[in-house]
Design a protein around this ligand. Structure first.
Ligand SMILES: [Zn+2]
Length: 429
């Protein structure tokens, strides 16, 4: 193939965290990598000819990274999680995932860190491979396959134990250091890029089953103040076993944790990132900062499911930013529609985090959350040797709060998937 150049006149440099002018990016179409980033001194001609690309007049960014997605989930306000897992066929869920991946890519998301197949076994690894083989459009996927949790900690559950209702398992359950090492080995053997475990969860949900758990069964009357608290599901030595085993395989470890105890335990165990962490508080955030843990606050799902507590969650994010905790943007996308991924970055900006810091968290922060150089490919910034993941916005996010949704050009690995706001060749890999 050819070497070609993408010309820009306003570009976000995610390493410098500033907008820069008159940059041209030279790309090797065979490798999909950037070979040179040049600051232009001389004026360009008015018209640029193919295969070179003219993005002058637009705001160019590195492809966005959504650091927390679920390709097999569609919006919870269409169907609760347990209903999707119980009632939708394997084939329907695969077809939906293919659509979700296309929508994410069209929205400028060239990478997804997909954190759990949600009862679809290792099918996320298969979708990843289909995309990487050029069979269907989508972001570059880093997948967790099944999440790891202790016995009965994270499962779709029903009250009917007599065999009438079939709900596929949600996770790879294991207990004790030896079993957990085996569970990590199973995940690695099945093709996981990242190891995700639950540090805490609503493990006592069957005491006061909420309506979402059993859509056809009424909720309990007279509920206690906190009917379904997040409770730690692993002993410290169990979390240590997961992390050390994943380290052997050079796979990053990701913890779901939202209670203070769960957050502290996961951070002490040395995970790469903690998901949610809305109850971290200053103690939790300081430990995350000291241990270099990446915070993926999943604001977009909290905005949907929390009413009065959302303000506190925003304060937690603001404190994390002030303390200098490493941030990455991932909305738990899938629980709300794929294609609306940018809501996470919008909430960061609405919370008072600068556009520059937000875009950096949504690009370089995402690459780090995927494992950084453990990924085997660099993306999220413009430099020789990085993947040519280039997107363009029609308006400037420093002026237009909706700019991050106005993605009119998408290139991933040097291939154009969207141009002039239209999909390009989606069906000819
Ligand atoms: Zn999630």
């Amino acid at each position: 193939m050819t070497v070609f150049t993408v010309h820009t006149d306003l570009l976000f440099d995610s390493k410098k965290k500033e907008f820069v002018k008159d940059i041209s990016i030279i790309i090797d179409g065979d490798t999909g990598l950037i070979t040179e980033v040049v600051e232009r001194k001389n004026a360009l001609p008015d018209s640029i000819h193919s295969p070179d690309v003219d993005l002058r007049g637009k705001v160019v960014c590195p492809g966005f990274v959504d650091a927390h997605t679920h390709i097999f989930l569609h919006a919870y306000d269409e169907a609760p999680s347990v209903v999707q897992k119980r009632d939708e066929s394997f084939v329907e869920r695969i077809v939906r995932a293919v659509n979700h991946c296309r929508l994410g890519l069209m929205a400028g998301y060239t990478t997804y860190r997909d954190l759990g197949s949600e009862s679809m076994k290792e099918a996320d690894a298969n979708i990843r491979d289909a995309i990487n083989r050029g069979l269907t459009p989508g972001p570059r996927l880093f997948v967790a396959t099944r999440v790891i949790a202790s016995t009965a900690a994270y499962e779709p559950r029903t009250e009917n134990h007599l065999g009438g209702t079939c709900v596929p398992a949600g996770c790879d359950s294991a207990d004790g250091a030896d079993e957990l090492r085996k569970a990590v080995r199973r995940r690695i053997g099945h093709g996981a890029d990242v190891i995700k475990f639950y540090a805490d969860y609503y493990r006592r949900v069957m005491r006061f089953p909420p309506k979402q758990q059993h859509p056809y069964i009424p909720s309990m009357r007279f509920q206690p103040v906190d009917p379904n608290p997040d409770l730690v599901v692993f002993q410290d030595e169990e979390m240590d076993a997961i992390v050390s085993e994943a380290n052997l395989a050079k796979a990053p470890t990701v913890a779901h944790a939202d209670s203070k105890e769960g957050i502290l335990a996961a951070a002490r165990a040395g995970v790469l990132s903690i998901e949610h962490a809305s109850r971290a508080g200053e103690e939790g955030l300081r430990l995350m900062k000291d241990k270099g843990v990446i915070f993926v606050p999943t604001m977009a799902i909290f905005e949907l499911i929390l009413q009065e507590r959302f303000g506190k969650v925003v304060e937690n994010l603001q404190l994390a930013h002030k303390l200098g905790v490493r941030l990455a943007c991932g909305g738990d996308t899938g629980t709300f529609p794929h294609g609306e991924n940018a809501r996470e970055m919008e909430i960061f900006i609405e919370a008072g985090i600068s556009v520059e810091d937000t875009l950096e968290a949504g690009t370089v922060g995402g690459w780090e959350a995927c494992g950084g150089d453990l990924c085997g490919r660099r993306f999220g910034w413009f430099e020789e040797g990085c993947a040519a993941d280039i997107i363009a916005l029609d308006t400037d996010p420093r002026e237009d709060p909706k700019a991050l949704r106005k993605v009119s050009f998408v290139m991933k690995d040097g291939r154009i998937w969207k141009q002039d706001n239209e999909p390009v060749d989606l069906f000819s890999p």
